[in-house]
Write a protein that binds this ligand. Structure first.
Ligand code: HEM
Ligand SMILES: [Cu+2]
Length: 582
């Protein structure tokens, strides 16, 4: 075990020592990377603000608490906006922001061409604006656009072509972003032959390789089927094929929600806890497992689809259960790192060390609370993943109950929390409204506790998701636990608290962005302490990213080759294609 040197002591984070103010802020060292990070995060937070306001409208509308904002017919435009803005734009713009920072920070250099970085950012932005325009056009009678197809945009639902064209442009933007980071890595590699890939860079490389594999499905779906259909160039599509292509992307996309959070939990959270990462090699193994396993599982979203062979659903389920492994490894590694940090701060006892953690530091508290909710989300996810038990909760409110714990908290709250730490470094300004920031993660935690718990239970009682009118005529839901009224109120109150939490976050960010630069003492810096067990404790093959990529592709071919072949063989545009029997 290497022995800790001074800069790793806990006080190095909080205190306002002269030593820290000597360190240059990230924005001073790498101004171009800081600008792209800032711009990406600015778009991300804007999407979060709009998405959260739509969230409260939905929560109040479907619980019948307040219906004055929209009509039930407009609910689907609102829900599409909520899903697309939050699940695609808030999350992925955050990812491009934090990965730009991480590439530059871990390689110790700017990205190769500031102009190229700006190009991919602008491409993503214009794509996002096109898609959002198509969605919100649906709310304005005079505008001939609409896109109330929900964020899964299944055929035969159809949106205005602008919706699909925007998505395609946005996607190409993300591909170029990945190319930008990979190019920076190659430049670094030329100057540093034989060195281990820095951990953050390793995480970015594996995540982006995963993204290239996964987005292929949705790109083919949008460009070859849905866009031509909406333009009237083709008459029909095969809903099963396009759904399959969507879910080819739709499961792995959850890892693009999660990877920025994992990235923060592994590399920044240990420092925030006052300690060091427990194991760098374990972190690498986790990212490799995600690269290999995240795509050949998409059929677990199609358990109820006729036409997908049962045997392939079973393969998807098995792979899904294997995917629990990297998340368990993460739970272990991250908690061990936090415990180490707590003990460095003087914490003792079997669980007593928890009290020594900096719960008043919003960056730490947000990440830790997000991690706790993620554990709960993991359990409800195991139910979703089971092929037979899934039919109990399929398409019920249980499902949004589940993913508001995962993407809606594990990812979203971590992203917000880590911004409290990162934003000062990319703006050069101190965090403003610190008191609001300190309370915010707890507001989110309580709000989500109420909303998600009630959604899960309502789902068990059979309440459907994705509807403005969840009540059927002459039918009463029979809750197993609690009453329907109590659940509705919890969803309404929880949803309102969540939106409040989002507004508090955005206030802090906007305040910080607009603040004066002051004397330049930030209280935070991007120095990350060495892990307790470093990369040299692991075999070099872990860094052979090419090998893992090839294995990932082979697994995808095994899981998907045959079913997709059979869907295409009987006519790729033929909706009536008979299912392939297995
Ligand atoms: C800000 C507070 C939030 C509130 C009040 C809220 C509320 C809701 C409600 C009530 C639904 C279910 C609607 C239905 O099925 O009829 C829903 C769906 C959804 N939410 Fe949220 N949510 C919030 C935040 C988030 C966040 C942060 C994310 C992701 C980062 C997110 C992602 C989604 C997605 C993907 C759906 C599914 C949309 C669909 O079924 O097409 N939400 N939300
Ligand atoms: Cu999935």
């Amino acid at each position: 075990m290497a022995h800790p040197h001074k800069s790793e002591q806990p006080q190095a984070y909080e205190s306002d020592t002269a030593q820290l103010s000597d360190r240059l802020a990230f924005v001073d060292k790498f101004p171009s990377a800081a600008r792209i990070t800032r711009l990406s995060m600015g778009v991300s937070f804007t999407a979060l603000t709009i998405g959260a306001l739509l969230g409260i409208v939905q929560a109040l509308h479907r619980t019948n608490v307040f219906r004055g904002v929209i009509s039930s017919a407009d609910y689907y435009s609102v829900l599409t906006g909520h899903g697309v803005l939050l699940a695609l734009f808030f999350t992925i713009f955050f990812l491009t922001g934090i990965f730009t920072w991480g590439t530059s920070r871990s390689l110790g250099r700017e990205l190769p061409s500031p102009r190229f970085s700006l190009v991919w950012f602008l491409l993503m932005l214009s794509g996002a604006v096109m898609t959002a325009t198509a969605i919100f056009g649906g709310l304005v009678g005079q505008i001939p656009f609409s896109a109330d197809v929900l964020y899964t945009f299944y055929a035969p639902l159809q949106a205005h072509p602008l919706f699909y064209a925007g998505l395609a442009a946005w996607l190409v933007g993300t591909w170029l972003a990945g190319a930008d980071w990979i190019r920076a890595y190659y430049h670094w590699r030329q100057d540093n032959p034989g060195e281990r890939i820095p951990l953050q860079m390793f995480m970015i490389l594996t995540t982006m390789l995963m993204w290239y594999i996964a987005t292929l499905g949705v790109a083919v779906e949008v460009v070859f089927f849905l866009l031509p259909l909406s333009l009237g160039l083709i008459e029909s599509v095969d809903p099963l094929l396009t759904r399959t292509l969507f879910w080819f992307f739709g499961h792995p996309v959850v890892y693009f929600w999660l990877m920025p959070a994992y990235f923060a939990w592994y590399t920044v959270l240990p420092k925030l806890s006052g300690g060091r990462l427990f194991s760098d090699p374990l972190a690498r193994v986790v990212f490799i497992l995600f690269l290999i396993l995240s795509t050949p599982v998409g059929f677990h979203h199609q358990y109820a689809d006729p036409g997908v062979p049962e045997g392939f659903k079973f393969i998807a389920m098995t792979n899904t259960m294997f995917l629990l492994l990297p998340s368990f490894l993460t739970a272990f590694t991250v908690v061990a790192s936090m415990e180490y940090g707590a003990r460095q701060r003087g914490g003792t006892g079997y669980l007593g060390w928890l009290k020594a953690l900096p719960w008043g530091n919003p960056a730490f508290a947000g990440c830790a609370l997000a991690g706790i909710m993620f554990a709960a989300g993991g359990f409800s996810g195991i139910i979703n993943a089971g092929m037979n038990i899934n039919s109990l909760i399929h398409n019920t409110l249980w499902v949004p109950g589940h993913f508001h714990l995962t993407v809606g908290t594990a990812s979203a709250l971590t992203m917000m929390a880590i911004s409290y730490w990162l934003y000062p470094q990319i703006t050069g300004k101190r965090l403003q409204f610190y008191g609001i920031a300190q309370v915010q993660p707890y507001v989110w935690f309580i709000g989500m506790g109420l909303m998600s718990n009630a959604m899960h239970r309502a789902g068990l009682a059979g309440v459907p998701r994705r509807t403005a009118e969840p009540q059927y005529q002459q039918f009463d839901f029979m809750p197993v636990l609690g009453s329907m009224l109590e659940m509705r109120l919890q969803i309404a109150i929880g949803g309102s608290l969540l939106t409040l939490g989002a507004v508090m976050f955005v206030l802090v960010m906007a305040g910080t962005w607009l603040a004066e630069r002051g004397r330049g003492r930030l209280r935070v810096d991007s120095h990350l302490p060495e892990p307790i067990s470093g990369p040299s404790d692991s075999p070099r093959v872990l860094d052979n990213v090419r090998l893992w990529f090839v294995i990932a592709v082979v697994l995808v071919v095994i899981a998907y080759g045959f079913p997709i072949y059979s869907m295409v063989a009987d006519g790729a545009l033929n909706p009536a294609a008979p299912p392939f029997p297995v």
